[in-house]
Design a protein around this ligand. Structure first.
Ligand SMILES: [Cu+2]
Length: 399
């Protein structure tokens, strides 16, 4: 399972602008606006939906700038207007390999590269992230129980630090961490047998481990059971993490990591898929009414437990702790996922519109943590409609 996404070693130059134009959005209005959007009006945003046509490749920054004028939420969480040439580390949540169809074990390869890369953290700031393969989370790995897995970890020549990988799906010392510790420019390999099905996290475990995780070195590996998972219409890959900067949340410019805040567990940023806006403006989830949706959810952390919830939806089935060999719980509002943990949720959206992914510890929405799921389709007033004083349905607002 070689993973290549084409951006693995593009350490793009930073724009000279370090004091960005505020683009008419003060930090205060951003905060108030994001709170209102998150908790308040979550009706459909068909215009924004139509503009996002991700076919696997990231949209160009030019197209994102063009969208800015048409989308309110884009104004709040604009991708990177002041650093147009800056690399982006957000992983596309739709980037999930297809289900495994073979019914025999095989030997599969996982190829990872530790890449330290300066990229935008928020619309007005950049940060030196540490990644697997240039994305946060690192690429989703999908194997089958009984497979023999050969893991290669390369550390990019441009790196400043050693890295390694501990996969929670591994039975063996350190989950592979000890045998994969690589200096910049070095490559190491190991082989393991996948004995237990489930959804597992992986992460760098070079001390201080919490720092390597906070800076972005985490991802997930799904070990499918022999019979596979139940087919669904759409699968998504979402992970939550914290970022600890010296500068307060919202500061413009190049931000620096804070070891003190890290050990005190006082994050400045909390994000889905790497940076502020990754799942609102950059890669919102997209689906159609009636489709079954599965989200592979994990917490890189390193420290916070997530109360993962989709505003306006109820999970039909949840596989707690990423266990795919236990029966699912049904009809659940929220799942708790601890650091290094995972959970799988499945649901169907009956009503079109915009749904918001959150950690229900909602102070974190004020520090960047939110994602959108846009559901397209015909209105379904039998299930949900605004009504007037006489109880008559009010037609949804058309864009
Ligand atoms: Cu590392």
């Amino acid at each position: 399972m070689s993973q290549q996404d084409g951006r693995s070693s593009s350490n793009l130059p930073m724009s000279e602008a370090s004091e960005p134009d505020q683009a008419g959005v003060s930090r205060r209005s951003l905060l108030m606006g994001s709170a209102g959007l998150t908790l308040g009006g979550v009706l459909g945003a068909p215009a924004a939906f139509a503009q996002h046509t991700h076919g696997g490749a990231a949209p160009t920054l030019h197209s994102q700038e063009a969208e800015a004028s048409a989308s309110l939420s884009n104004r709040l969480y604009s991708v990177n207007p002041v650093h147009p040439n800056m690399a982006d580390i957000a992983e596309n949540p739709a980037n999930v390999p297809p289900p495994i169809t073979r019914r025999e074990p095989a030997t599969v390869r996982i190829e990872l590269e530790a890449i330290e890369i300066e990229a935008h953290l928020d619309y007005n700031s950049v940060y030196r992230f540490w990644t697997f393969n240039g994305t946060i989370p690192g690429p989703f790995q999908r194997i089958r129980v009984g497979d023999t897995v050969e893991v290669t970890l390369k550390n990019n020549e441009e790196s400043w630090y050693p890295h390694n990988v501990d996969l929670h799906a591994v039975t063996g010392p350190g989950g592979g961490a000890e045998v994969t510790t690589v200096a910049p420019g070095e490559t190491k390999r190991f082989r393991f047998r996948a004995l237990n099905p489930g959804l597992y996290t992986y992460h760098c475990a070079v001390p201080p481990v919490a720092l390597h995780i906070a800076n972005g070195m985490y991802g997930m590996i799904l070990v499918e059971p022999e019979e596979g998972l139940t087919p669904v219409d759409r699968e998504f890959y979402v992970m939550q993490g914290e970022i600890y900067t010296e500068e307060p949340f919202g500061t413009a410019g190049t931000l620096t990591e804070s070891y003190d805040k890290l050990v005190e567990e006082r994050a400045e940023y909390v994000v889905f898929n790497g940076h502020v806006g990754a799942l609102t403006e950059h890669y919102p989830l997209q689906a159609r009414v009636g489709e079954t949706i599965r989200i592979f959810f994990g917490v890189g952390g390193p420290n916070y437990t997530s109360s993962f919830h989709v505003i306006g939806e109820i999970f039909d089935r949840v596989y707690l702790e990423g266990s795919v060999s236990s029966p699912p719980l049904e009809n659940v509002q929220m799942i708790k996922v601890g650091p290094g943990g995972s959970g799988i949720v499945e649901f169907t959206c009956e009503v079109p519109g915009r749904y918001v992914l959150v950690d229900h510890a909602l102070s974190r929405a004020e520090r960047g943590l939110a994602g959108y799921l846009f559901v397209e389709g015909e209105p379904n007033p039998e299930i949900f409609t605004a009504i007037d004083a006489d109880g008559n349905p009010i037609a949804p607002i058309e864009d």
